[in-house]
Design a protein around this ligand. Sequence first.
Ligand code: PEP
Length: 252
Amino acid sequence: MTRRPIIAGNWKMYMLTGPAKELAAALAKQVGRLADRDVVLVPPFTALAAVKEAIAGTNLALGAQNGHAKNEGAFTGEVSMAMLVDAGCRYVVIGHSERRQFFGETNAGCREKIKAAFAAGLTPIYCFGELLAEREAGKTFEVVRRQLEEGLAELDPALAPRLVIAYEPVWAIGTGKTASPAQAQEVHAFIRDWLREHFGAATADALRLQYGGSVKPDNVDELMACPDVDGALVGGASLKADGFARIVQFRS
Ligand code: PEP
C-alpha cells in the first residue's frame, strides 16, 4: 500500500504577516506544483490570511496550530474549527507537545478537538510522543498507547483513515536531537499495529504517520525511507524556504 506523503511546516509563534507572505510565496514558487504529496503550511493565526493569499492557486494547503472543540461561544481568545475553515484551513494540528507542556492540553481534550475538527471538515493532525524521562524509563510504548487510547477513544471508524498522526518524541522537538530512523520506525510500527487492532487493516494501511522532531534537510531522506514514516511535521526547519523545500522534496 502506498501512502501519499504529507509534509507540514509548523511555524509556531514566528512570522509577522510580511515575512509570512514572503516565505509562503517562495515556497509556492519552489514546491507549489508538486502533485504527488501533500504540503501543508501552518502559520500562526494572524498570518493565515496572508499565507492563504500567497499560496492561492498552488497545491500547498493551509493549516492551523490549534482550534477549540466548541463551535462558538464565550471562550475569549479561542478560535473554533469552523473559523479555521472560514480562514481557508484544511488541516489543524492538535495536541502539539508545546500545547500540552505550556497550556495544559490533555489526551481527553485532544479527543474532543479531533471530533470537532472532523465535524467542521478539517483534517486533524494528532500529535503525541514521550518525554525523555519516559523513554529512559522504558515507558515509550506505554505512553504512546495511552495517547492513542485516550485521544482516539471516540473516533468514528469511518473517519479514522483520514486522520493524520504525528509521532513527535518530546526530547527531539526543537532540540536538534533527532530520533534515529530505527527509533522512529519502531514507534511508527507500534502505532500502526495499534491502529490495525482497533480500526482494522484498511485504516491502518491508509492512515498517514508523520515523524516530528528536529527534521532537517540532512536527515529527512533516511527518516522518509522508513516503511512506516509517511511524512514529517517540521518546526524550526520550516521557517526557511530553501531548507523546507528540500525537506518537501525528500529522496528516499
Ligand atoms: C514541531 O514543532 O512539531 C517540531 C517538530 O519542531 P522542530 O522541527 O523544530 O523540532
